[in-house]
Design a binder for this molecule. Structure first.
Ligand code: UDP
Ligand code: MG
Length: 352
């Protein structure tokens, strides 16, 4: 049955669509990105969406900040958020979601791997009433190593996460204001956005798409950053590694009990008549101590994250925001407020 709820997504004809585009050292691709998104403007307007592009400059060291400032001067639909330094992709996405004013908010990469031309399909799903429409990668045009790494990560995550995070879905998505509001409300600081997005619930659906190759420039996700992202995802959404340690400990306990019995029997009756070698002892010590080290490492992963959370430092700091060529520096306290209360609610201008 068709929804007649006036508060349902898509009930009022004109909507604002904010697209969050994190950018770190992306000078080579930015002009192309702006062109491709701008070309979508008329089509989106026809569908009833006013496009707003939110570029989050994640502490870039090349010409990105300057290019973005100039872009915002020329194009009133471009807003630029300059983070005070490089906080990482997930923090940049979080910053973009915090300042986005749209009734609908999209999160995309600015290297055009997520093609803007596919947005109408996602928006159609939103109009159907889905509050989160996430992209599922059908095919990746990346090297075999990266594809294999992603494939294994998502399967491992699927096996151990205490939440059904959809397979092969990245951060590319279109979300209703209500979902963004809930996401922004989560106090977690080390954010694995795609996991949190699943965690908030609401009505979600996946849309398959073919992930293009990067349009220009070089990947900014280093192996170190990718490994950190994977560890954040696993540790934030699963306590299985910790539980495995307990099981491993139990297995070792049982094995060592058997072994101890055997040693006692052998020393009394001298069954094996074997010389007491140090090699086996050393091997056992090395093996057990490396398992202990590994276990401490796993505990350390959780502990370091607890430490970061307890310190309470924000996920990102905004150096300045540039709109229509005008620069202002938001009060950090106000940024936090923005995250909890969308401006639409403040002014009452939000029709839903
Ligand atoms: N990015 C970012 N901060 C970083 C690294 C990357 O904001 O520290 C942005 C980058 O500009 C791009 C997106 O995150 O828009 C995805 O990065 P990239 O294309 O390098 O990753 P890949 O697609 O290769 O996984
Ligand atoms: Mg990319």
């Amino acid at each position: 049955m068709e929804s007649i709820d006036p508060s349902a997504p898509g009930s009022s004809p004109r909507k604002k669509l904010s697209v969050v585009l994190p950018a770190y050292n992306e000078q080579d691709v930015l002009p192309l990105t702006h062109r491709r998104f701008s070309a979508m403007g008329p089509k989106l307007a026809e569908l009833g969406f006013d496009l707003e592009l939110i570029f989050v400059n994640d502490g870039s060291r090349d010409a990105t900040p300057k290019m973005l400032d100039e872009m915002s001067e020329r194009d009133p639909n471009v807003r630029v958020v300059h983070l005070s330094r490089n906080f990482g992709h997930q923090a940049a996405v979080t910053a973009g979601l915090t300042v986005a004013r749209g009734d609908v908010v999209a999160v995309m990469d600015c290297d055009l791997q997520d093609p803007p031309e596919i947005l109408p399909d996602f928006l159609a799903k939103w109009r159907e009433g889905y509050q989160v429409v996430y992209a599922v990668r059908r095919k990746r045009k990346e090297n075999i190593f990266k594809r294999a790494a992603y494939w294994s990560f998502y399967r491992l995550m699927g096996a151990i996460a205490e939440l059904d995070i959809p397979l092969d879905s990245g951060d590319f998505c279109v979300m209703d204001r209500s979902a963004v509001h809930l996401l922004n409300h989560l106090p977690e600081r080390q954010r694995f956005v795609r996991g949190l997005r699943t965690w908030v619930g609401l009505k979600q659906i996946g849309v398959e798409y073919e992930r293009d190759a990067r349009a220009a420039g070089v990947p900014q996700y280093t192996l170190k950053k990718l490994l950190k992202l994977a560890a954040d995802g696993l540790v934030s959404f699963s306590s299985v590694p910790l539980k495995l340690l307990t099981r491993l400990g139990m297995i070792f306990l049982v094995l060592s009990a058997f072994f101890a019995c055997w040693v006692v029997i052998d020393s009394i009756w001298d069954v094996t008549n074997a010389p007491r070698g140090w090699a086996s002892t050393v091997c056992i010590i090395l093996f057990v101590s490396s398992v202990q080290m590994l276990s401490l490492g796993v505990i350390g992963e959780y502990l370091s994250r607890i430490f970061i959370e307890v310190k309470g430092r924000p996920t990102f700091l905004i150096g300045s925001i540039v709109e229509r060529g005008r620069r202002h520096t938001p009060d950090p306290a106000r940024v936090a407020q923005l995250a909890q209360q969308p401006p639409e609610t403040d002014t009452g201008s939000h029709g839903r």
